[in-house]
Each structure stands twice: as C-alpha cells, then as structure tokens.
Design a protein around this ligand. Structure first.
Ligand code: SF4
Length: 382
C-alpha cells in the first residue's frame, strides 16, 4: 500500500551515545527539539498540502534521534499528540526510528497501545568491528534480539544501513545486506557514511585516519546491497540523505559521497547491470545494431547520470551501433533487446529474472577498451 509520511525530526534528543558520524542537528538541518505544539503544527500543515494517492494512507514518523531511548513519559507525550489524527482517520498509524538496543517488551507494548505500526532500526552494520569503530555501543547479537522482539510483536520492520564506515569494506557491506535478508524486513534504507562537521568522524578525517568512500564507490556498493535486498523482497525506500540546506550549502558537509540524487545514481547503476546481464544472456542471438528498450519513465536511469551508462554500454558493445529507446509500457524496471530498426523489443529481461541471475552478473564487467560502435539515444514512443 502507498504510504505518505509526515516526518517529525527529533534531533539527538534522548540519545546518550555519540556515534562517530552523528551530529543530528546538522543532518536534519534542525536544531530545535519540537514541542507538542510544533508537532501539531507540522502534522496539520502536511495534512493540508499532501496529496494521498487513492488507496494510500498517511503515517506520522518520528525520525532523527532514538525515539525509544527517550523516557517512557516523553514517548507517551509525543505519541498522544498524534492520537486525535488517528481517531479522525486522517492518519493511519505512527512510525518511529530507533536504536536496536533501545527495544524491550515494555517499550513495544507502549508503542502498540499508541498505534505505532512500523519500527525502523538504525542497524548500520552487521559487523561487530564496524559497529565498535563507529561507536554504536551494541553488538550484532543485540541487533538480532531486537529484530526478533519487533517481529514477534507484529510491527512492520525497517532496517537502516550505513556503508563506508570506519573498518568497513564493500565485502562487509554486501555481507551485511545478505544477513539482513534473513531478518525479512519490510523495508530498508541505505545511507553512505558522510563526514559531517562537529563529529568524531570529522576529526578522524582531518587526522587522516578515516577515508570516506568516493561517490563512485558508494554507488557501486549501494547497488550491490540494493540488488540483494530487493531481490529478497525487501523494499529499499530511500538511498542517501535528504538534501537539506546545510548539506547542499556545504556548511555541514566536510567530505564524503553526498549527492542530492544519490538514489537515482544507484538505480542507474542497477539498470546498467541489468542491461549487461540481458546482453550477456541473449549473447550471439543479438543483432549487430542493437537497441536497448526500457519503459520511457526509466529512460533517464538507463542512460545514466550525464550519459554514464550509455558510455559504458558503448565500451561493452563492440559489435556495432547501440541505441537506447524508451517506450510506453504499464510495467517498470525491465530491459528489452531488439534490432535498432524495430519498434518493440524481441527479448525482455524483467527485474525479478535479473535478480535471480546474480551469480552471473558478478562476472560481467564492461570492457575497458574503446569500442567501434556508435551509440544513439532516442527517447519517446519507439
Ligand atoms: S544513536 Fe543515533 S542519535 Fe545517537 S549518536 Fe548515534 S546516530 Fe546519533
């Protein structure tokens, strides 16, 4: 079901920890902890302006700090503000984000009684060394315990992961994503670690003891994780931080792979891999002048940011001309292949089929040498 979120940010409030990457005030672009009146005002402002899709519902989400690390009385006070909107039917339920070690049966009972439906756990990594170096203050075992409690009580489970933390590697991030599929979460978010002003990570960066991922590394690793999670049925609902004024204006961001359209970059990388997989799968049956078809709404992802995918496909397809065509289609996320003079694809690789080809995709690399082929991009009804 389509869910429209009303976000309420509670920066750093209630959190006794100091994770190396965290300065919540910079990340949310908000220094003030909202009071009851502020929360009410935010909810009403959203309710007046949001367009809820047919069949969709509205959720109020407490993001930012660690909601369940607040005192029970404070949690109750915040949740009480939302109840009239639930009773009137304007809001369907509440979502909170919190730390895995701030979950217990009493807390879950309180959340349940105030119509909290989803709990997002800021897990970040399932590698004990990475968790320890990030100063998270809990272990992988504690994450599993929290997940078991949340699931046993029937809440929808969200898992937030961070890639590129100190001590992290692409392999560890991939392993973390694989392990997360065993938790069968309903949703996941992927955030590349950024160096934010006034954090311990900023100190480590200046001392040269921490190197953030490049944007390219972050996109490639996030694409690995996206494919694993989505392939196992977990919806990845966000990749990369919201581009707040602090982040885009450069005041909060010291270094790291921030991009305002990070999620789009990752999805473009996934489309590239899917196209390569399709070409590989249909191999010698393909015509010299090859046309890649996609839903026209996916065309920009297929072409890639500044034509990056087009360039890489050109390097890969040495046989002849290669064009990319967007056509009208009720379905998304497929890649079709055909001859460039055809209007419709002859072969289609759907996303689910692509996910099942992951062993094969790992061995596919675009050739490094320049190709003789010419790439034409044509977007519109094919
Ligand atoms: S637990 Fe959350 S709010 Fe607390 S320091 Fe870590 S990231 Fe920040």
């Amino acid at each position: 079901m389509n869910c429209t979120i009303i976000p309420i940010f509670i920066p750093h409030y209630g959190c006794p920890h100091a994770c190396v990457f965290c300065n919540q005030r910079s990340i949310t672009g908000q220094e003030q902890v909202p009071d009851d009146a502020g929360i009410k005002e935010t909810i009403e402002k959203y309710l007046q302006t949001i367009a809820v899709p047919r069949g969709g519902h509205v959720e109020v989400a407490f993001y930012g700090g660690s909601f369940t690390a607040l005192g029970m009385d404070v949690q109750e006070r915040y949740l009480r503000v939302v109840q009239p909107y639930i009773e009137s039917g304007e809001v369907a339920s509440v979502r909170v984000s919190t730390r895995p070690d701030a979950i217990n049966s009493d807390i879950l009972e309180l959340l349940r009684s105030y119509r909290v439906g989803s709990i997002e756990l800021g897990v970040q990594s399932l590698d004990d060394e990475v968790l320890q170096l990030a100063g998270r203050g809990y272990t992988v075992d504690q994450v599993w315990e929290a997940v078991a409690l949340v699931k046993a009580e029937g809440f929808a489970l969200g898992i937030q992961l961070m890639l590129g933390l100190p001590g992290d590697t692409r392999e560890k991030d991939v392993q973390t994503a694989r392990a997360v599929t065993g938790m069968k979460p309903d949703m996941a978010r992927l955030y590349p670690a950024l160096v934010i002003r006034d954090t311990r990570l900023a100190v480590m960066y200046r001392k040269g003891t921490y190197r953030p991922l490049s944007l390219e590394e972050a996109v490639v690793t996030a694409a690995d994780m996206f494919v694993i999670l989505e392939g196992a049925g977990t919806k990845v609902i966000r990749m990369g931080l919201q581009p707040t004024l602090d982040l885009t204006g450069g005041e909060a961001l010291v270094a790291g792979p921030f991009h305002p359209s990070f999620g789009e970059l990752v999805e473009a990388e996934v489309f590239l891999r899917q196209a390569l997989a399709a070409i590989h799968a249909y191999g010698d049956r393909l015509p010299d002048s090859l046309c890649l078809f996609v839903n026209q709404r996916d065309a920009s992802k297929m072409i890639g940011h500044r034509g990056r995918n087009r360039k890489r496909l050109k390097e890969y397809w040495k046989t002849g001309e290669l064009s990319i065509v967007g056509i009208e289609s009720p379905e998304r996320d497929w890649v079709g292949l055909g001859a460039s003079r055809q209007d419709l694809p002859r072969w289609v690789l759907h996303r689910e089929e692509f996910y099942s080809m992951q062993e094969l995709v790992g061995s596919l690399k675009p050739a490094g040498e320049p190709a003789g082929g010419k790439v034409v991009t044509r977007v519109g009804k094919g």
